[in-house]
Write a protein that binds this ligand. Structure first.
Ligand code: SF4
Ligand code: SF4
Length: 86
């Protein structure tokens, strides 16, 4: 299974929960104790077991483009991609 992580631009998050609902790994939660500069409870990644796969479904779901996705690519995958590109 691929590994990934996300970064959420908290300041732009409006707390709509769409990313939390969309995540198939259930690793996004809403903050409940502090608000962002806009007064919303922001989304946050809570992934102690490293379940995020970098699938980017959350980023696609976010209407405010707050989520950046990073996906770990193995050396073998990157070599295969380079071979098929070249
Ligand atoms: S990239 Fe996929 S698994 Fe990771 S937090 Fe977003 S929706 Fe969930
Ligand atoms: S979908 Fe975007 S705006 Fe909505 S809670 Fe998630 S990060 Fe915030």
């Amino acid at each position: 299974m691929a590994k990934g992580r996300i970064e959420i631009n908290e300041a732009n998050c409006k707390g709509c929960t769409l990313c939390m609902i969309a995540c198939p790994q259930h690793v996004i939660q809403m903050e409940t104790e502090r608000v962002n500069v806009r007064g919303y409870y922001p989304a946050m990644l809570v992934d102690p077991e490293g379940k995020c796969t970098g699938c980017a479904i959350c980023a696609v779901a976010c209407p405010d483009v707050c989520i950046t996705v990073y996906r770990q690519v193995s050396v073998r995958q990157s070599q295969t991609a380079a071979a098929s590109a070249g």
